[in-house]
Design a protein around this ligand. Structure first.
Ligand code: SAH
Length: 349
């Protein structure tokens, strides 16, 4: 069965049946071989470097009602917050001094932040830190809005597709949202020139093996620059509160498969993975991930940006976070790089 792994590495695609075999086999040797090859490919492209992204969670207001998400608009129990431009700048200054060269502005879809405000924030960050990349992760917008942010200097955009199966998408989102618009957004972002990230939750409610295979084929075809994969984790104030979390095993298999599908993709080992297993992020790095995204948000708002239960690192100062992560990365056999960590396009390995 190791042949399937070799085939995946060589052809960068598999048949549906072969994908399913890799995702379900309990042959430990095959699973460790898969991860070994994923690591080898990752090291060929990026060496031992792990890129850090400073995550600034600047608002937990959201107009959407995504059923899985703790900050969805129907959750009346959480205390909402917004950061001012000055607070965001402070986070970035602190991040810069700690070695961060990418800032990710993430938030709910909060209409308070008009295009004008986002453009102003992006321009300010880019002028204060011209050697840094600014990534936005603020959801679905019009093409015109995406163009305005890009022209202001935004370099990258993260928008997980969540699932590429329409029926599944509708089970996770309210009827006002559609997969069609999500994909339209991703295509616009790519077309405009952003480095784009898509991705999905592992083990989200109603997810089938077929759904996952479709997601893998979509990822291969869309060829994102980044790909965010983390386990689904229930949030106590959502309708999915009693659903089980995704697993470390499935998440690391998928990370390794995605590394072999897209050898040069930027692949984070996520906070969600570190939440379901104390060594989750190390396991992600050993399965081919090459990015970590520590939190740079002010400590007093951290626990309010709770997409899911038991989120880790909500009490730590940014400096402690980076120290802790540096150790975790080293113990996994890698080194944190002080650089923007742009996507490297490799045509032939
Ligand atoms: N509003 C932005 C940012 C969303 S939060 C957007 O729509 O893109 C970033 C990601 O967190 C989401 O895309 C989703 O995949 C993930 N997420 C949300 N709720 C989660 C949960 N309960 N468990 C795990 N991941 C979750």
């Amino acid at each position: 069965m190791k042949k399937i792994v070799d085939k995946l590495e060589k052809d960068r695609i598999l048949s549906d049946e072969e994908f399913k075999t890799l995702l379900t086999t309990d042959d430990e040797e095959v699973i460790s071989y898969l991860q070994e090859r994923a690591r080898a490919v990752r090291e060929k492209v990026y060496g031992k470097d792990v890129f850090v992204r400073g995550l600034i969670e600047f608002t937990n207001y959201c107009k959407n009602g995504c059923l899985y998400c703790g900050i969805n608009c129907r959750n009346t129990k959480i205390e909402r917050y917004r950061l001012t431009k000055e607070q965001i700048v402070e986070c970035s200054d602190l991040g810069y001094s700690l070695g961060f060269r990418t800032f990710v502005l993430q938030g709910g879809e909060d209409p308070y932040y008009t295009d004008e405000i986002i453009v102003d924030i992006v321009k300010t960050l880019k002028s204060l830190h011209p050697d840094c990349a600014v990534t936005l992760s603020i959801g679905e917008k019009s093409r015109e809005s995406y163009e305005a942010y890009y022209n202001a200097g935004a370099d990258r955009y993260l928008l997980r597709h969540e699932t590429i199966t329409d029926e599944h998408y509708r089970k996770l989102h309210p009827s006002e949202m559609s997969l069609g618009n999500r994909v339209r957004c991703l295509n616009d972002l790519k077309d405009i020139g952003y480095q784009v990230g898509c991705g999905f939750m592992v083990g989200s409610p109603y997810q089938t093996l077929d759904n996952i295979v479709s997601d893998l084929k979509f990822i291969r075809e869309f060829e994102p620059d980044m790909c965010g994969i983390g386990p689904f984790i229930p949030h106590e104030d959502t309708v999915f509160k009693d659903e089980p979390s995704g697993t470390v095993d499935m998440t690391t298999r998928l990370l390794a498969i995605i590394r072999l599908l897209l050898p040069d993709v930027l692949l984070p080992s996520t906070t969600a993975l570190g939440t379901i297993d104390p060594l989750g992020r190390e396991k992600g790095l050993k399965a081919g991930a090459n990015v970590v995204m520590p939190n740079l948000s002010p400590t007093d708002v951290r626990d309010k940006y709770k997409l899911y239960d038991n989120k880790i690192c909500t009490g730590d100062e940014a400096a402690e976070c980076i120290k802790c992560l540096t150790g975790r990365v080293r113990r996994s056999g890698y080194e944190i790089a002080v650089s923007r960590g742009d996507h490297i396009k490799v045509n032939n390995l």
